[in-house]
Design a binder for this molecule. Sequence first.
Ligand SMILES: C[S@@+](CC[C@H](N)C(=O)[O-])C[C@H]1O[C@@H](n2cnc3c(N)ncnc32)[C@H](O)[C@@H]1O
Length: 199
Amino acid sequence: MAHYELLEEIERYGRKNKIPILLDDSLEYINNLLSKIKPKRILEIGTAIGFSAINFSKYLTEGGRIDTIEIESLRVEQALENIEKVGVSDKIRVMEGDALNILPYLNELYDVVFIDAAKGKYNEFFEHALRLCKKGGYIIADNVLYKGMVQSDYNKHKQRTAVNKLRIFISSVLSNNKLDSNLLDIGDGLMICKVKEEN
Ligand SMILES: C[S@@+](CC[C@H](N)C(=O)[O-])C[C@H]1O[C@@H](n2cnc3c(N)ncnc32)[C@H](O)[C@@H]1O
């Protein structure tokens, strides 16, 4: 039996240690969507300490699995510990490395692809997500409004490159007619795309 009640403790740890785990309203929106879709296979890019993956695992159908990719070894260790503690190791597979090196080797199709990692690489992650998401499936990307900076004219030099790349990401996603996409102003900005045609 899974001990999902431990998620509160994992969330507290994440917020206290400034680990950028999903914000409450975005998590609620995605959980709600997953409860309707009832996915069998989910791909997540950006595991951190496993908080979102453990949450999502509640909505998998029987025998379903989440593959999640994380670049930082310490985070991988913490995620594996949390996954084990909650008792969902049979539902979540953590892959360590830069997603851009791992994604080309994935060939299975997923019901949901969730992008939640380096904002400067969203365009590249999305290319893979298009290839790996089933027709009728969903691609979800978090932090696409990047603390309001994507909608602002003034941005600090340090963030300018990521902001410009996110603007390109948003316009290319919204103009892709193989997708039904919605940019939601909740949390840090959530892009929700339903795949109408396989790419
Ligand atoms: C926003 S956090 C993920 C939060 C997690 N999805 C949650 O809500 O619980 C982003 C994570 O992506 C990882 N990351 C950044 N760039 C990456 C890359 N190129 N490949 C894989 N992971 C990456 C970071 O180390 C960080 O732990």
